[in-house]
Structures are given as structure tokens and as C-alpha cells.
Design a protein around this ligand. Structure first.
Ligand code: CTP
Length: 402
């Protein structure tokens, strides 16, 4: 994605360097447009080195390439951090007396603004009116937050953390033009626990990392995402709605309630069995005896139940197999897909050091005809590939309906 990073002249300008670095690391083509005063706070060489692109604040540089509008026209996203009171006023009134002004006016890309100024300035009705005007026209305003300011003062007006600004910016870009913009996605993640008594349960090793990565990738692709989380060990990404559950019965209820979403992903490791005769009081050794047995009964298969409902959305299941042979693994996956009745199955191999909680993952995405994608690496990048498959599938289903 081509991202324009605008910087205006406040002390927080040095923090823009961190945002640029993060955007470049995430693979984006970053073009920095500082104002003249921003360049008094942070040097051009820093911005060029980090963005790996030439940097100028001059409208009259590179006139042959019509730079004053070309940058804005080709941008997929514009992020301005920090935005001073002066820059906010110029943006709110459509002024174009510098390269940042012309770039913003020449663009239809989502605009994300992170204001930073002293509390008194931020609270001025004029500044507030400008911020409101920009927000009403669709700009995303991130922060400011409370904290230490430049002088000895402290208060509201500090720029939001660069990582938070970047996250909000990518989210805004996804909402605008992501492959799942306007779609609803429900992802189950984590592992269900089946109580034995109030203090003990039967559970599994799932951390929920894969499901959470999928929720995050779906959010970044513009979807509105609900995560049905069963005992997650990982943090929930911002912008994702969390519904917490513990047992398979609770997970089932939460998923059935949301079965009409455009995409339903069953990434949770569901306990296949629950304890027959779980009790409300803690079992003691005395009541349990020397060699107790725990009797289990089968849980409902949520994925199969979802597949049996009348639906228009896409249903994605997961298959965890310990099969070592690749061909046999895929064959098992295809059989599971057919048995469960889902549209896609994400197949991964698990063992004691593969899959669960591990950093690197390899998955194959199957449909009824066979393998449609093969991805390996960190869970975040594997999740992006899975979400791409989902988006492609939805898009082609949409074309068929036309
Ligand atoms: N699943 C489910 N409800 C269950 C068990 C599993 O919805 N009671 C879902 C999982 O979330 C996953 C898929 O089914 O999307 C496959 O889970 P897995 O445990 O691999 O499948 P099983 O049918 O339990 O297969 P096996 O016979 O290998 O245990």
C-alpha cells in the first residue's frame, strides 16, 4: 500500500520516525511529506533513510512530475502525525499553501490525523471546531492522550503512541478498501474447558493465537469482526469485539447466535467430550477414592451443526492432524471437510512441537476440489493468506450471483 506520512511542526515530530519505520517494516511504500517547521524538529536524512524514498516539503521540486498532486492521487492512505493546531486549521479549511496541503486536497484516500499540542490549545473552541469538521468529513482522529507534554506541564494533548496511530491508520485503510470491507466475520478461538468440579477441568493446549491472528487479519481487511474466545492466552487485537466463553456448550450458543455472518471461522480447539456428572462441589480424595474414573460424553459438533444450517455466508473449519505423511495428511483433510460440510478447511499438522502455541505454522487451505493455498511462517502472515482465500471465495460467489 502507498502511504503518505505527513508531519507537522511539533516536538512529537520525532516520534513520526517510529511510525514510518513500522509502516516500512510491514511492507508499505512510504512517502513522507513534512511541513517546513517539521523539518526544524526532525532531519530530512532520517526521514529518507527510514522511508527509503526522497523527502521534500517543496511544492516546486520535481514540477515535471506534478508532485504537488501526484502524491495525493496515488496514495492509498494519508497519516498525519503529529498534527499541530495550525495544521488542523489548514486541513479543516482546505488550505493548500504547502506540499502537505496540496497532497491532502488531491487525495481520495482515507485520512488519519494524530493531533498533539498543549492542553490549552487543544481545548480552544477553534481547534475543537476544526477537529469536529474533519471528523464529520470522514477523517479518523487518533488521540490525543493524557501524559507528559513538552515543558514542565502534563495533561491532555500528548500525541497517541506511534504504534496506536499506525494501527488505527491501517484499520481505516482496510475499512475503506480492504478485501473484506463491509463484511461481518465471526471467529472462534482458544480451547474450550469442560468442568469436572468447580476447580478442575478437562482442557487442551490451544492458546488461541491462530484464531486471534485471523481476527486481526480480517479486521485489517476491513471486516467487522467478532471473536468468540474460549480461554485465550493471547491479547485481543483492537477493533475486534470479544465474546468470552469457557465451555463447549457456551461456545456453541455464541456461534449459533452469530451463524448468519458473512464468514464464520471455527478455529477453536473444541473439547470433543464433556464430563458426565460434573458436580458443583469440589471433589475430595475421600469422595473420589483411590483409582477414580471420569466418564465422558460426546459434545455436539458445532462446525457440522453450523454447516447444516441454511446459510449464505462462508463456513471455514480447521483440522488438526498428527499425520506425518503429506499426501495422507491432505487426504484426511479432504475427508474431514466432506464430513463436516464446511466450505473451506484449514489443515495443520500438530505434534508436541508443531502447531499449538508455536511461532511458526504451516497450513494448507482446502476446498472440495483440493488444496487452494499453502502458507507457512508466522501466524500473522499465515492468517493473511487464509483471509485472502476467504475474500477471493466471497468475491467469486458474489460474481456468480450476478
Ligand atoms: N469442532 C467443532 N465441534 C466439535 C469438535 C470440533 O466445531 N465438537 C470443529 C473445530 O473447531 C475445527 C473442526 O471442527 O474447526 C475440526 O476439529 P477436529 O478436532 O480436528 O475434528 P474432529 O471432527 O474432532 O476430528 P477427529 O475425529 O480427528 O477428532
Amino acid at each position: 500500500m502507498r502511504v503518505v506520512v505527513g508531519i507537522s511542526g511539533g516536538i512529537a515530530a520525532y516520534k513520526a520516525a517510529l511510525a514510518i519505520r513500522e509502516l516500512v517494516k510491514a511492507g508499505h511504500d512510504v512517502h513522507v511529506v513534512p511541513t517546513a517547521s517539521a523539518l526544524r524538529f526532525i532531519g530530512r536524512p532520517t526521514l529518507e533513510a527510514l522511508s527509503r524514498n526522497p523527502v521534500t516539503d517543496e511544492v516546486f521540486d520535481d514540477v515535471a512530475a506534478v508532485r504537488h498532486v501526484a502524491l495525493g492521487q496515488s496514495a492509498d492512505l494519508i497519516v498525519i502525525l503529529p498534527a499541530t493546531a495550525n495544521t488542523l486549521a489548514k486541513l479543516a479549511h482546505g488550505l493548500a499553501d504547502d506540499l502537505l496541503g496540496t497532497t491532502v486536497l488531491a487525495s481520495r484516500a482515507p485520512l488519519v490525523i494524530a493531533p498533539a499540542m498543549h492542553t490549552e490549545m487543544w481545548e480552544q473552541p477553534a481547534v475543537q471546531a476544526n477537529v469536529r469538521a474533519l471528523a464529520e468529513r470522514g477523517a479518523t482522529i487518533v488521540g490525543p492522550v493524557a501524559g507528559a507534554l513538552t515543558g514542565a506541564d502534563e495533561g491532555f494533548g500528548r500525541m497517541a503512541e506511534p504504534a496506536d496511530v499506525v494501527a488505527a491508520a491501517l484499520e481505516a485503510a482496510g475499512r475503506h478498501s480492504g478485501a473484506l470491507a463491509g463484511r461481518s466475520v465471526v471467529v472462534s478461538a482458544g480451547g474450550t474447558r469442560e468442568p469436572i468440579d468447580p476447580v478442575r477441568f478437562l482442557g487442551n493446549r490451544s492458546s488461541g493465537a491462530m484464531g486471534v491472528a485471523l481476527a486481526s487479519a480480517a479486521r485489517a481487511a476491513g471486516a467487522s469482526v467478532t471473536l468468540v474466545g474460549a480461554n485465550l492466552h493471547v491479547p485481543v487485537p483492537s477493533g475486534v469485539e470479544l465474546v468470552e466463553v469457557e465451555t463447549t456448550a457456551q461456545l456453541r450458543e455464541a456461534m449459533l447466535e452469530r451463524a448468519s455472518a458473512d464468514v464464520v471461522v471455527m478455529a477453536a480447539a473444541v473439547a470433543d467430550y464433556r464430563v458426565r456428572g460434573a458436580v458443583d462441589e469440589k471433589r475430595s480424595k475421600e469422595s473420589w477414592g483411590e483409582a477414580p474414573t471420569i466418564e465422558l460424553e460426546l459434545n455436539p459438533d458445532i462446525l457440522a451443526e453450523l454447516a447444516g444450517l441454511p446459510r449464505e455466508g462462508l463456513l471455514v473449519g480447521f483440522g488438526a492432524e498428527t499425520e506425518a505423511d503429506d499426501d495422507a495428511l491432505v487426504e484426511r483433510g479432504r475427508a474431514k471437510l466432506a464430513r463436516k460440510g464446511a466450505d473451506l478447511l484449514v489443515l495443520n499438522r500438530v505434534g508436541h512441537d508443531e502447531g499449538f502455541g508455536a511461532v511458526d505454522t504451516r497450513v494448507r487451505v482446502l476446498d472440495a476440489d483440493g488444496v487452494v493455498a499453502d502458507a507457512s511462517g508466522q501466524k500473522a502472515s499465515v492468517a493473511r493468506v487464509i483471509i485472502e482465500c476467504v475474500a477471493q471465495r466471497l468475491a467469486s460467489a458474489g460474481e456468480e450471483h450476478q
